[in-house]
Write a protein that binds this ligand. Structure first.
Ligand SMILES: Nc1ncnc2c1ncn2[C@@H]1O[C@H](COP(=O)(O)OP(=O)(O)OP(=O)(O)O)[C@@H](O)[C@H]1O
Length: 278
């Protein structure tokens, strides 16, 4: 297994630290073939994510963020290149990898607890133990009072909390989040970001978050990876470091009040090179 060299970048000045790598993406390219022709979505992406590290992927619409996440998830085979998790090749969906999307895909006829346990049920895990873990996760996600409610009785933010518990019920080492909050209003987004980060950090997960929201990337993750326009290549990577918070990371909400937040925001905005048509 290779290692992630946590080297200073984007103006940070810490000494390099070697951390074991959990996700290893090597030279991944992807071409879509449709009746309309060929689309080179990704070109030679290499990326490492350490155990317990939170990484975000940002880039302009259509640059291949979701494509890359689907390849890491084992849902979409790369045209070339490899993905390994904990040294084992990813050749298809795996219980080691949890995947959470913008839509919660809760079953309306199942209770919250029955929804949260679904992944474990599909994988044929020990059901009483899975129900215990699902209930524990739902409590952690602030949904302890709603175990026997139905999805229609919940707000959008509550539904996403249930979706998170369902993603974690099989105890994956890697959690992939594809714009999980984009359907929520901005206040709920801020509140849920704190809770989600706390749950995922306490569970020691390695996380890759796809988002369009630069602030969310800075606030929630340790490293922001910027993809170029299509075909997506890694344009730059930025470690999020906050003076006076070297030993433990402040909550996403607190990060937004720190002086570095605005600095990182303007660096990343420039990197994205967004042109608004006028
Ligand atoms: N199933 C598919 N068949 C053909 N082309 C596809 C398919 N899925 C995505 N693409 C194309 O591949 C490119 C990358 O798409 P992808 O959805 O990964 O980008 P993205 O960065 O996640 O976009 P967004 O930010 O808008 O969600 C786009 O040009 C898209 O049109």
């Amino acid at each position: 297994m290779s290692e992630v060299l946590d080297r200073p970048c984007a103006g940070t000045v810490s000494a390099p630290v070697l951390k074991p790598s959990r996700i290893e993406v090597r030279d991944v390219s992807l071409r879509y073939f449709t009746h309309a022709g060929e689309t080179q979505a990704l070109e030679r992406i290499s990326l490492d994510v350490a155990a317990g590290e939170f990484v975000s992927l940002i880039g302009q619409s259509g640059c291949g963020k979701s494509t890359l996440l689907s390849i890491i998830a084992g849902i979409l085979p790369a045209s070339s290149g490899t993905v390994h998790v904990d040294g084992k090749p990813v050749n298809g969906p795996s219980p080691r990898i949890g995947y959470m999307l913008q839509q919660d895909y809760l079953y309306e006829w199942r209770t919250i607890l029955d929804n949260a346990v679904l992944g474990a049920e599909i994988q044929g895990l020990n059901l009483p133990r899975a129900r215990e873990r699902a209930a524990h996760l739902l409590h952690k996600c602030g949904m302890g009072d709603f175990l026997h409610h139905y999805p229609r009785q919940l707000s959008g933010g509550m539904r996403q909390r249930v979706a998170l518990a369902r993603t974690l019920v099989t105890n994956p080492d890697v959690v992939l989040l594809d714009e999980p909050f984009s359907a929520l209003d901005s206040q709920t987004r801020l509140a849920i970001a704190d809770e989600v980060v706390e749950v995922l950090r306490s569970e020691g997960k390695s996380v890759v978050l796809v988002t369009h929201d630069i602030g969310e990337a800075i606030a929630m993750t340790d490293r922001v990876v910027v993809l170029s326009r299509r075909p997506g290549r890694i344009k730059s990577q930025h470690l999020m470091r906050f003076a006076g918070h070297e030993s433990s990371r402040p909550s996403p909400f607190a990060v937004r009040g720190l002086p570095e937040f605005n600095r990182y925001f303007s660096t990343l905005w420039d990197e994205l090179d967004v042109h608004v048509e006028g």
